[in-house]
Design a binder for this molecule. Sequence first.
Ligand code: UD1
Length: 381
Amino acid sequence: MQTLTIAFVAGARPNFPKIAPMLAALRAYPQVTPLLVHTGQHYDPELSSMFFEDLGISEPDWMLGVGSGSHAQQTAAVMVEFERRCLEQTPDAIVVVGDVNSTVACALVGAKLHIPVVHVEAGLRSGDRTMPEEVNRLVTDTLADLLYTHCYEGDDNLRAEGVADERIHMVGNVMIDSLMKVRDRAEAPDLDPEWIIERGFGLITLHRPALVDNEASLRPILAALGRISESIPLIYPVHPRTLARMKSFGILEEDAEPPLALPGTRVLLTAPIRYLQFLWLMDRARLVVTDSGGIQEETTVLGVPCLTVRENTERAVTCREGTNRLLGVDPAVVEAAAAEVLRAPMPDLDQVPPLWDGNAGERIAEHLVGWLNAKKEAPAG
Ligand code: UD1
């Protein structure tokens, strides 16, 4: 039997629930040594180490510690440090997930060092190259040797770009594996109980640069949230980037510290919330308003109405086969859609996309080990 060392790269908050199920599934393969790489793109405990605790992931083997910076600085810093480590100890494969800067940086290093690169959550396309994540997806998919998709649309997108069928494998959604595994262990966050009545609150996550970095788009959307909160209280865990913008635009005082209500509203701004507690909130919310990628998928599986405040989505499958509605960024449209959701009964949880069943990690582990063994046994040249 061949021994295999496989590097798993995680850098930012949404990556951790994606790698955990693969690491767990690989315990059934004693010939495989997983090498956990944390790039340090996210470093605040609520965005990083607490996810490790909640998902039962062990300490990283390689901690690259790159931190924040411009896109070029951050991507380059990950590349330099990851390349250095790979030259010291060369893994048999590099598995990258999602679409963050750490994903593309490590895919580039692997491709240049001729280490097989595997992309999990491949083939998603928003068609919007002004989104940094779209650029990261395009480059990563071009470089990866193996492309694990989570919906058939991902396969279609890749084929349309000329990717050969043998590189594409639809395996289902690893992030949903994590959700299903920890749903029963989810716990209430430490917030005033009067805010968190079951189905009696809305949950907000808005953090994309296109929305929050611009006062002209952030102020009107916050005003719309304020008006929605006249009907239902809203809980808004705020990403550090968004908090900084709220302060610099004078929406919050310089020394404001969450939790606090957005002035004049029933919108409760909180610090970022760890995975187990965020899941608890999502599972009990009456509606979710978001610009995140993963949350569009999680709400679909939980059967919670999701209003996506973006002009496009790479996850159209959640609109067709789930609870998501793509609204655009007009605050009046968001307000009207929220009112409509609040008038309607909770949707029936009657469908989720194929293979979003909690077993994607196992499918990947089995396929990947077979693929790498075959590669090692194949005659060179
Ligand atoms: C990144 C991902 C985005 C994902 C998001 C999830 C890219 C291009 N973007 O965006 O796709 O939806 O993570 O959370 O990779 N900061 C902290 N503490 C941290 C990390 C960041 O305060 O632990 C602040 C810093 O001011 C930093 C800013 O947040 O400059 C942005 O962080 P960055 O990692 O560049 O991107 P995100 O906005 O977090």
